[in-house]
Design a protein around this ligand. Sequence first.
Ligand SMILES: [Zn+2]
Length: 409
Amino acid sequence: MFQRILIAFCVTLFWVNAANAFVVEGPRQSTGDPVEDLRQAPRWAVTEGSLVQTGQRGLGGGLEYVIDDSICQLNLVDGGNCEGAKTAIRQALSRWSDGHPALAFSDVTGRIKTGFPLAVLGQTQQGAEIDFLASTPAEFPNFRTALTNGYTIFYTRGRRGVLMTNGVENEVAEGAIESADIRVNLARCYYLDPEFDRPDCVHFPTLIFHEIGHALGIGHPDDSQTRNLDNDDIPYNALPIDCMDPTRGLKSSMQVQAAAVLVGRDVQGAGRWRRGLTHDDAAARNALYPHCDIETPPRFTRLWGAFARDPAGVYGRSSQALVADDAVSMALADCAQSGGHDCQVISGFNGCFAYALARAPGTMQLDRSGAIWASATDERSIKARIDAVEACNAQHGECRVELDFCAFD
Ligand SMILES: [Zn+2]
């Protein structure tokens, strides 16, 4: 018999202060060691056949999913329609499988009936491997709190051991995930267009993007301060996972990548959708599903920022633009609005940017007329800052960072 192993609910106004890297939904009873919890964490296993063809539940044939027609009852306040919501689900799934040779999703809507074992006493029909459903609070009592946007439950079998995506038999993993149900609350209002941004409603693609992470076995990095894994204490840098020894180099860390898709608080606005998977989200996926041929998707390439400056040192900036041209024109407009004349674009970029100025000679103040200055960009904010100061110092200044920001800020 299957067992319930995880219930993750993602509410609107659930604030916590903890801050971390990534967390897996470990064994039902934590071992107390987050690295050991990762080893023992349940996950989808490599299987030969697929659910549709041979009845086997697992990664074979892709994770087979069904989008229930109840998704068409969503209250979409931006004029989005049912087909748009289904498209968002497919896009969110492909963001999780991007670049991963052993993780794929396959649409079996119409070929398998959805099933939600916990909803009806005695029901054992498990549905597809991942079911996407929408319910009213009357149908699904966990939605009684009006602020619950989504709810994901996954189920495992009790026996230990899974064949992992790197070909290694993991004998301590608590079990293979056999099905997951992602349910969204029909009492909430939703929108599909990331520009719509209505604060009392939920950006549906962002919510689904987050919930799929739970269906893969990933937890909220902000739920437990002691269970978070990183290889250092810098939350926003790359976190490479050893493909044959996925727990190698990992340790508990208290530092969060606050932009991570799996952060459990405030799963509502469109920012995480715009930014895509962070390093920590990708690391959580790659730690549970290690593989030596994973292509690292370029991070944050979906967003552009720019910096513009005039000869007198007046500057303007932009971030969160969807295309480079928009970032550039927004930065130029910002520079002109600040009183700049003949503003020129210094940099358009995807990652982070820093602008350093020299001190005015003989003072501690930065010389904002900007005779000596430099800028730099890098995927990491800290590296952009260091490079900008170095380049500025090289011009015989005594420089400090005047401004730094990232395209995804
Ligand atoms: Zn969640």
